[in-house]
Design a protein around this ligand. Structure first.
Ligand code: PEP
Ligand code: MN
Length: 373
């Protein structure tokens, strides 16, 4: 059971102290407080854990400071949706950008940073097309130990400086070790926080629980967690819940395809039909990664690349974010060049995604009319 307190209930207030006193006296029930400090209001939620079935909801609702209660019916206690009218937030703001189950952002960029020149060419194009988010891989988890592992902290100063120069507000960047957070924090600080970073947990680390706990304990950066490529959706959603259970709720869930030969000729089996399922089961915004799902530049007879088609399939189903590989010089890319889209395809990609998003919004409006008849 979750107790939602009246906004701005201060921990020093007598109402709050009285409530905690009552909770301390409930037998077999522990509580955990989560406080979300916003610019205008501070929201407090208290999670009751243990034999909550024995509690009378009507009595708990009358406890001091309690505005309403939410019954937990699903396993993802914090990130889950627990009842039809669970009105808890489905969005968050980071560095002036709002991410939610109703918003839409494209993160086009480099799979791996390979030179200052590539980064600058990429960001210049993004700005020219009105984009304020990107992806830039500095720490790359590679199948072979002999493959390029990313420039790591060496490239961070120019990535962040150029992001600031070209008006990029959020850079999605995978980390593979907790020490990378510190490196990112310091490099950002050295540029006067010219931009923001969304930490990415890659599919190979979805169940690296110690990394998840560490990343969850920091609240400076939001987190994009990829679905594990060989585990169930439930297991991946529990991985996301690890982040939230440690305190960080600014979490976005990313579908990126599943590893199975059934997906051939694509690199992974595209799983974007799960976009609405994740939005129904949780309050997380949902991202799709068509580049790592499809993994080729193959084109259908209709003249659209398979990557464009897969992207459209995710957006038409309500995806809130698209993580997509682009490269100004794909032949020189050190990682995933063959699947990268080219700069002269950016305008078409943005037009195509905008068209599909518009259609999705029309579908939602139409569905709302039908339900009201
Ligand atoms: C990536 O986005 O660069 C990446 C390595 O993706 P994934 O973890 O989905 O393989
Ligand atoms: Mn890649």
């Amino acid at each position: 059971m979750i107790l939602i307190l009246a906004p701005n209930t201060a921990p020093e207030s007598s109402v709050y102290r009285e409530l905690i006193h009552r909770l301390d006296h409930l037998t077999g029930i522990k509580h955990r407080v989560h406080r979300e400090i916003g610019t205008e209001v501070t929201l407090t939620e208290i999670y009751l854990i243990g034999n909550t079935a024995a509690l009378n909801p009507d009595v708990v609702r009358q406890f001091p400071g309690v505005e309403r209660i939410v019954r937990i019916s699903e396993p993802y206690r914090i990130l889950g949706r627990h009842q039809i009218d669970d009105r808890r937030a489905t969005s968050f703001e980071y560095n002036g950008v709002c991410f939610g189950q109703d918003t839409f952002h494209i993160f086009a960029g480099l799979c791996a940073v390979d030179s200052r020149e590539s980064v600058e060419a990429m960001m210049r194009s993004l700005q020219a097309h009105g984009q304020t988010c990107t992806r830039m891989g500095a720490y790359k988890p590679r199948t072979s130990p002999y493959a390029f592992q990313g420039y790591g902290k060496e490239c961070l100063p120019y990535v962040f400086e150029l992001a600031g120069k070209y008006g990029i507000k959020v850079v999605a960047m995978e980390i593979t070790h907790e020490s990378h957070i510190d490196e990112i924090h310091h490099a950002l600080k050295d540029t006067g926080n010219a931009t923001g970073v969304m930490l990415q947990i890659g599919t190979r680390n979805t169940q690296n629980f110690e990394l998840l706990k560490f990343v969850g304990r920091q609240k400076e950066f939001p987190v994009l967690i990829k679905r594990g490529f060989g585990i169930t959706l439930d297991e991946s959603l529990n991985a996301a819940e690890y982040l939230a259970s440690e305190g960080n709720r600014k979490v976005i869930f990313c579908l990126r395809g599943m590893k199975t030969n059934m997906g051939d000729p694509h690199r992974n089996f595209v799983d974007f039909a799960h976009v609405p399922a994740v939005k129904r089961l949780t309050r997380m915004p949902v991202c799709i990664d068509p580049s790592h799902s499809v993994g080729t530049r193959a084109m259908a007879p209709d003249g659209l690349l398979d990557v464009f088609h897969a992207t459209a399939q995710g957006i038409i189903a309500g995806a809130n974010m698209v993580l997509v590989d682009f490269h100004p010089f794909p032949e020189k890319a050190l990682v995933d060049g063959p699947q990268a889209l080219r700069m002269n395809e950016l305008a078409h990609f943005l037009d195509d995604t905008a068209l599909v998003r518009e259609t999705y919004l029309k579908r939602v409006a139409r569905a709302a009319q039908v339900q009201h008849i």
